[in-house]
Design a protein around this ligand. Sequence first.
Ligand code: NDP
Length: 328
Amino acid sequence: MANTFQALMVEKTDDGQKTSFKDISTDDLMDGDVEVAVSHSTVNYKDGLALTGKAPVVRVWPMIPGIDFAGTVESSSHGGFKPGDEVVLNGFGVGETHFGGYAKKARVKGDWLVKKPASLSAAQTMAIGTAGYTAMLSVIALEKAGVVPNDGPIVVTGASGGVGSVSIALLAKLGYEVIASTGRTEEESYLKSLGAKEIIDRGELSGDPRPLGKERWAGAIDSVGSKTLANVLASTRYGGAVAACGLAQGMDLPASVAPFILRGVSLLGIDSVMAPLPKRQEAWDRLAADLDLAKLGAMASTISLADVPQAAEQIMAGQVRGRLVVEV
Ligand code: NDP
């Protein structure tokens, strides 16, 4: 049929879930006031969870996953958007409860969209993706907590991953000294090319935490959670701040209150999914201004929609370096 297009869908089955490519039409899309021709999407950790079923990310079945997309508005009854506008979407439940970015077309609420920054291509916005936009939210949170480059180094955990890679590039450009914590020490030259000054083995941070350790850093961006976050807090200098955005090691936090009540350390929670529009706009404006595009290019690889199921397995296995852009 002329007006059908390919979509990557997950369906619930008796023994779990199944991923397959389907031909669908715009009649099959969910409700919304803006229709977008999707040019690019991406694979984040959360997309990996959705596609493999390793965590209950998908809550409406069947689902087109893909928590991000970039594209061009085709039709709109929303006052903020008109045909031809270039837009970016991150989160808001897209790819979880509302059909997402792994299809050539999407119909969503205009209230969820941001205008694509003029200085970034659609592919670059997806090289950034939710991972990079979360990295920016984390950097802004550290700045708002008063952490400045002269205070001392910032540790970035999960350094070779998406949030980690973009965080390193942003912090380095802003003049912070970055310590990269990684399980892939063979990626030292990659991490240093993004701007990390020092590389530490993530094993230093992933073991049983003590309430307090040596004061090593003024701040942190942690995409790992669990014991790693507890150890990061225990080694944060007096008055420092830690932005917690991820759970690659686990969702638990086996920490003590010692860093908070003895060193005045702040724990900053970062959520990208439901962040209000002004916060998103600020993050995207800052990404357009503060992210070195050559470094973004170096951390991004491009794949096709057909490669997405395999990429989901790889990101779950911690085998993806940097960011994946999906050409839809
Ligand atoms: P990636 O898979 O790209 O990066 C995660 C990195 O964490 C890996 O590359 C690896 O880095 C490290 N890692 C993986 N497994 C473990 C482990 N068992 N113990 C310690 N470190 C580990 O994912 P993303 O960058 O896309 O996302 C990172 C995290 O942030 C995820 O948990 C994701 O859910 C969360 N997130 C949260 C958001 C929010 O709104 N709060 C938004 C976006 C992401 P290395 O090999 O260098 O050690």
